[in-house]
Design a binder for this molecule. Structure first.
Ligand SMILES: *[C@@H]1O[C@H](CO)[C@@H](O)[C@H](O)[C@H]1NC(C)=O
Ligand SMILES: *[C@@H]1O[C@H](CO)[C@@H](O)[C@H](O)[C@H]1NC(C)=O
Ligand SMILES: *[C@@H]1O[C@H](CO)[C@@H](O)[C@H](O)[C@H]1NC(C)=O
Ligand SMILES: *[C@@H]1O[C@H](CO)[C@@H](O)[C@H](O)[C@H]1NC(C)=O
Ligand SMILES: *[C@@H]1O[C@H](CO)[C@@H](O)[C@H](O)[C@H]1NC(C)=O
Ligand SMILES: *[C@@H]1O[C@H](CO)[C@@H](O)[C@H](O)[C@H]1NC(C)=O
Ligand SMILES: *[C@@H]1O[C@H](CO)[C@@H](O)[C@H](O)[C@H]1NC(C)=O
Ligand SMILES: *[C@@H]1O[C@H](CO)[C@@H](O)[C@H](O)[C@H]1NC(C)=O
Ligand SMILES: *[C@@H]1O[C@H](CO)[C@@H](O)[C@H](O)[C@H]1NC(C)=O
Length: 311
């Protein structure tokens, strides 16, 4: 009788002790999409546990109001997956030896967005709830380095549209615009996110409408609240070249220049040809003259010639 009373007191003490070490309430764990994560639940003191009196179950719910899904059960020394939700098939692991030491931590593999939510681990000893751990899991994925561009050059100050694109991340990030190292207060920002239906990652487009001067530098900063990471890229607004003629004029000027060059070439060719022909016409009599002259000089004694000269 006294022995039994002692045993009861002993168990109550164990339970009381374990209740005191139930420090794992409302723990937050942030995991990366596709990676693995361990949700802790450990009795800090390690009393002698008899596995025939132990029952542990692990469950998941999206929030405090939704129906929980069974992940795993431990009963009397065995793991029971009979009621396991298909969402966690081959993705959730607990270690038998650890359970029997009072470590009820749960490891999840290739974390999906749907794993986000509340994880509850309940430990029953001799049919009494002894430990109740709650872990809140958030799932995040890093965004790509943003692609930042500006739609136009300025002369010297004009309204521009600066766009920032980033993708592949989770959850919806917070986007901030920084110019010349200070946050952009003037200007309108439109940010839209599109969620991929399969892996729930976001593609985000943020547009900043602002009056910018040439040389002004705009930085798009993408902050992931779950992973605590920031990705950023910059673009510098360029000044429009001042002497650049408008496009149609440029083309017509080019055409005009080509036409003038062609005309000049044609005229030059014609002139050259004309000159050549007139020169040969001129040269023909000239040679005839010289021939005549030559013949004249050779035949200086020719009477007819002299006769003419005399005349
Ligand atoms: C845990 O968090 C929930 C909501 O986030 C809150 O209602 C509850 O009171 C918290 N419990 C403890 C023990 O802090
Ligand atoms: C509890 O078990 C997990 C594996 O499930 C292990 O990673 C962790 O280190 C253990 N914690 C303690 C305190 O033993
Ligand atoms: C980044 O933006 C530029 C200009 O909008 C575009 O040409 C380029 O393809 C983009 N890069 C990617 C990886 O989307
Ligand atoms: C930009 O501001 C940060 C602090 O806000 C400062 O540490 C940094 O030196 C500044 N950079 C330039 C180029 O002014
Ligand atoms: C998510 O899906 C998109 C499009 O289907 C893909 O481009 C991207 O790589 C995926 N991301 C991850 C982390 O699987
Ligand atoms: C740019 O400046 C003009 C004149 O100061 C103003 O009317 C206009 O609203 C500004 N635009 C933006 C996008 O701030
Ligand atoms: C930003 O810095 C550039 C280069 O230092 C400068 O040309 C421009 O005027 C600055 N713009 C503003 C709004 O301060
Ligand atoms: C724009 O400013 C950021 C931050 O000050 C700097 O890291 C970046 O190199 C600048 N980009 C250009 C193109 O000047
Ligand atoms: C974990 O993610 C939540 C939700 O995005 C966030 O509020 C919290 O700050 C994150 N914790 C850490 C340590 O980054």
């Amino acid at each position: 009788m006294a022995l039994m009373k002692g045993a009861i007191i002993f168990f109550v003490q164990i339970i009381g002790c374990m209740r005191l070490v139930t420090g794992a309430d409302n723990n937050t764990v942030n995991a990366t999409l596709g990676h693995s994560v361990t949700l802790p639940c450990v009795t800090k003191s390690m009393p002698q546990l008899h596995k025939q009196h132990m029952r542990v179950y692990w469950q998941h719910s999206l929030d405090h109001s939704s129906e929980p899904k069974v992940i795993q059960m431990y009963n009397n020394g065995d793991l029971d997956k009979k009621f396991q939700d298909p969402l966690f098939k081959d993705k959730a692991q607990v270690i038998l030896e650890e359970i029997e030491k009072g470590n009820f931590s749960l490891t999840l593999y290739s974390v999906q967005e749907s794993y986000q939510g509340i994880y509850q681990t309940v430990f029953m000893y001799k049919s009494r709830k002894t430990l109740d751990c709650t872990n809140q899991l958030y799932v995040g994925a890093d965004f790509s380095k943003p692609n930042v561009s500006v739609n136009r050059c300025v002369k010297p100050m004009e309204s521009v549209e600066v766009t920032c694109q980033t993708w592949g991340g989770l959850p919806m990030p917070s986007i901030s615009w920084i110019s010349n190292n200070s946050s952009v207060k003037l200007g309108r920002v439109e940010t839209k996110g599109h969620q991929d239906p399969n892996n729930k990652t976001y593609a985000v487009l943020s547009r900043l409408f602002v009056n910018a001067s040439s040389g002004q530098n705009f930085t798009c900063s993408v902050f992931n609240p779950t992973l605590g990471t920031t990705q950023e890229s910059s673009v510098t607004v360029l000044a429009c070249p001042i002497t650049k003629p408008p496009f149609p004029f440029g083309v017509s000027a080019l055409v005009a220049i080509i036409v003038v060059v062609i005309i000049l070439v044609v005229v030059f060719v014609i002139i050259c040809k004309k000159r050549n022909t007139s020169r040969s016409e001129v040269r023909a009599p000239a040679t005839a003259e010289t021939q005549m002259l030559q013949s004249g000089t050779t035949a200086e004694n020719h009477t007819g010639f002299l006769d003419i000269k005399i005349v």
